[in-house]
Design a protein around this ligand. Sequence first.
Ligand code: GLN
Length: 531
Amino acid sequence: MAETKYIFVTGGVASSLGKGIISSSIGKLLQARGYSVTIQKFDPYINIDPGTLNPYEHGECYVTVDGHEADLDLGHYVRFLGIQTTKANNITTGRIYKSVIDKERHGDYLGKTIQVIPHITDEIKRNMKLLGSKYGFDFVITEIGGTVGDIESLPYLESIRQMKWELGKNAVCVHLTYVPYLAAAGELKTKPTQHSVKELQAAGIQPDVLVLRTEHELSANLKKKVALFCNVDEKAVVQSEDVSSIYEVPIKMQEQNLDGVILQKMGLPVGETPKLESWRNFLERRRKAKSSVKIGLVGKYDLQDAYKSILEAISQAATYNDRKADIHFINSELLTEENVEQELKEMNGVIICPGFGQRGIEGKFVALKYCRTHDVPTLGICLGMQCMAIEFARNVLGLADANSKEMNEKTPYNIIDIMEEQKSITNMGGTMRLGAYECLIQPGTKAFSAYGKEHIQERHRHRYEFNNEYINAFEKAGMKCSGTNPETGLVEVIEIPALKWFVGVQFHPEYSSTVITPHPLFLSFIKASLT
Ligand code: GLN
């Protein structure tokens, strides 16, 4: 395609309606038609990136291959489309302002007064077009965080208005709203949607497509009414009803011809509807799976979004093992020697989650000791792997106060230590060991049988590392180092060969698991949990 087409996805009425899933579904459907597609998210907050945000504020932090700490919606884009995302796929207001202010200090504006319009909006537009102009994608889908009507969204809306004006048919706006059901009146209400569209129109944007989130089927009449009141074609009003799995959404959107409508609006041929075979096979396998695999997730954040990519990776791997994923969150802060058996005895497998800081750490050791001594298949991720090493040092090597320097600066046995280059860092944002690094896997190990190859690359997000001074003692006592960074010698994977499946990884495999290509480590972990 000669010119890149831009699709903007905005949201109204309420947050958490699933703009990320709708954006991903549109992307999936266009990709299935042979177009090259990427998706980017613009977040209207002042933080430079979500790296420093507490997971309670903002859910998980997704890490891209190039080491950017990004919004969790990027995880959805990757899981749905199997694309690679980078720093350019997630922009915040903080980054926009920083770049404008840096240019101002540099003297680039030649004495002009710097204003939201045009300087901030120009910088937003430049970023909105960046991926399209640099890589020539057929479609760039831009999701705008927050809801229409928020003060901080205004510069983004103005930028969309201008882009639509400049690009004509090459830009469309898809607006996602909510149609509440008032139980007392027994009615679905369209007024919030009408107001939200009015808000967009006040910003000069006429939405081309409306996606209505609803818990109940919407009648043709209701959609007709919304179309009429909002100046939108009737066939461009689609519903997004609650479904059992987010992965059903592209199918539901395709049934209502959402992609066809978008193509028509952009003056492109609609042609045949793609079959989405591998996607449908995945869904079919998921529906057919009768028995389940019980996985205990030991972590401290009592919030689903904090472990989003891990949850999805488990669920994908369970599907490919023909099982339903039955995931139990186990709060590590509440886990003790007294209740651990009660909490874990039913689990087929256990994952020890990533994390930061002291809170809830002792519970992770308790869980690990139980799993190790009862041969429960266990996967430790990042901090989870570090805890695996510490528990082993304390209870097998007899190094009672073994710890990570992160938790106890004065530990006599610094099994996990800070990297030399991290010691002088005082700036917390974007300064961890981030992004994809090489790892060499040793043949004949559990890790090798999972990956089926020696050279892998996985993403990192941490400051602390396994202390190589302890490798010999660990290996002698039965914990093997099965993966290392070939350049630095840093330990990447540890495992206990004598156990059924007890593997810890310093990296985050969950970020690269997708619907069509589930992650080998999760597949192997779930498989082991079934035996
Ligand atoms: N807190 C640990 C570190 O910084 C682990 C981080 C993580 O689990 N992502 O090394």
